[in-house]
Design a protein around this ligand. Structure first.
Ligand SMILES: NC(=O)c1ccc[n+]([C@@H]2O[C@H](COP(=O)([O-])OP(=O)(O)OC[C@H]3O[C@@H](n4cnc5c(N)ncnc54)[C@H](O)[C@@H]3O)[C@@H](O)[C@H]2O)c1
Length: 458
């Protein structure tokens, strides 16, 4: 079958896989290929057991795979055939050299640009899907025009706003799609081509366009605002704990102001995941680069509150469990950085587990989807820990439970059964405020929510 367009995505990760599966499923007239430098990842995408867990992803991949969605190891052939190349490679925080611990590590993006140049025999639109510092398109373009004057490349910015755990829903019905281009004739033409792809399933008013630098910056700013809201409500939660105010009631009262809105006002252990911290650090680095130090300090404060929230959580456990956790068994409910994903990158759970191990607690970790990743993340951890898939078994014999991930299943467990199997006094520290605190208190637990009055029996 002859397809109308050949679309390639470089990078078969949490963004590349789901976004391309959605494009393939909504646009049967296009052929969509996803490539990666890790061959095992491609094997997994071609198997029954996909490399990532995301509700709804399995179904969509299985429907389109082999028809107009392909996962391939042949990056060169993919580039040669493509009309449009999405770049969806990782852009982690740099761990070495200048800007270590803050700047984005752009080596994967740069290598991708060089690969595109090497294998291209015809003109292409190159789309930045990865989150990158503002003005990266310029660097990509410079590499792409450094050779082959007969081949034209147009670089667009099309940042991805999906959230893990709801990626398929977000892709199918996003708040908006943003496409940035250079405002030249060829830039605007390329931008329209990308608009037409999304218009296959989205109304045009959801597809917004801008200049390329605004588009690049918008992604960093969107994540900074989301993270800032979490840190803002978390900063309120500590004051609530001191004053017997209830952060849930405060959030409701504040969020009903239509200028503020009610979303993302849920106090918790703090944010994790591969994006918020990395993108905030990236933004702070950009401010510093331009000498805007006060603004850099402001955004850095969001990260400090987040770290402080995890620190406070463990100190609270320690203080309330008679100032020692040594030799005590603590059960950690959830290792994924949020519900409905197996992703554990920058998960608050890892930070909390490391702090518990440093206190010489014995830690039993349970999670429905993230235990393989937990095993990898904890392989160098010093201390006594176990990974147990059954939450009842994990909690048995423990002094305390710490709820780290808002998995629905943790709301509905038989807490009487769990209480009966635990050491007494039994403690529960709810880092997500998801369980019924009154009910647990009635059962006999000493209950410590985030930002709400504690409920204790002594
Ligand atoms: N994960 C999210 O929720 C999310 C949301 C929005 C935006 N983003 C951004 O999207 C980008 C990708 O994130 P991710 O979570 O999908 O990362 P990921 O690590 O899951 O996937 C990136 C993939 O790119 C591959 N890769 C790296 N260099 C390559 C090369 N030269 N050729 C072929 N493949 C290569 C890696 O092997 C990896 O499989 C990042 O910039 C991230 O900030 C992520």
């Amino acid at each position: 079958m002859k397809f109308e367009k050949e679309i390639l995505c470089i990078g078969a990760g949490y963004v590349g896989g789901p976004t391309m599966a959605m494009i393939a499923s909504k646009c049967p007239q296009y052929r969509v290929t996803v490539v990666d430098i890790i061959p095992e990842k491609i094997d997994q995408w071609n198997s029954a057991d996909l490399p990532i867990y995301e509700p709804g992803l399995d179904k969509i991949v299985k429907q389109a795979r082999g028809k107009n969605l392909f996962f391939s190891k042949d990056i060169g052939a993919g580039i040669k055939a493509a009309d449009i190349v999405f770049v969806s490679v990782n852009t982690p925080t740099k761990t070495f050299g200048a800007g270590a611990g803050m700047a984005a590590d752009l080596q994967y993006v740069e290598k991708t640009a060089r690969q595109i140049l090497e294998y291209s025999e015809s003109s292409k639109i190159v789309v930045e899907k990865s989150t990158i510092p503002v003005r990266t398109a310029q660097a990509i373009k410079r590499i792409l025009v450094s050779d082959k004057s007969d081949v034209h490349f147009e670089v667009l910015s099309n940042p991805e706003f999906l959230a893990e755990g709801t990626a398929m829903r977000d892709l199918e019905n996003p708040d908006r799609v943003l496409i940035g281009s250079q405002e030249t004739d060829s830039g605007l033409k390329a931008r329209n081509e990308l608009v037409e792809i999304y218009a296959n399933w989205l109304p045009k008013d959801k597809i917004i366009t801008s200049n390329i630098w605004s588009s690049e910056l918008s992604k960093l700013v969107a994540n900074a605002f989301l993270a800032q809201r979490i840190s803002s409500i978390n900063a309120v939660s500590s004051l609530c704990e001191e004053t017997d105010a209830d952060v849930g009631e405060v959030a409701r009262a504040v969020g009903l102001d239509s200028r503020i809105g009610s979303k993302f006002l849920q106090a918790s252990i703090g944010f994790g995941g591969s994006c918020f911290q990395k993108d905030l650090l990236n933004l702070v680095y950009l401010y510093c680069h331009y000498g805007l130090n006060e603004e850099a300090d402001y955004w850095e404060g969001v990260l400090k509150i987040n770290e402080n929230q995890m620190d406070r959580f463990v100190k609270n456990m320690l203080r309330n469990m008679f100032n020692t956790l040594a030799g005590k068994r603590v059960c950690v409910f959830g290792f994924a950085f949020k519900a409905n994903t197996g992703d554990t990158r920058n998960t608050p759970s890892l930070t909390v587990v490391e702090k518990l191990l440093a206190e010489q607690a014995e830690v039993a970790i349970t999670d429905p989807k993230a235990l393989d990743n937990a095993a990898r993340d904890l392989k160098d951890a010093k201390g006594n820990y176990e990974l147990i898939s059954d939450p009842y078994e994990a909690a048995g014999g423990c002094h305390a439970i710490a709820i780290m991930t808002e998995w629905e299943l943790y709301r509905d467990l038989d807490y009487q059964k769990i209480f009966d199997s635990m050491q007494k006094p039994a403690f529960i520290f709810d880092g997500r405020n998801i369980v019924d605190h009154d009910k647990l208190f009635e059962i006999g637990f000493n209950v410590f929510p985030i930002g709400k009055p504690k409920k204790v029996h002594f």
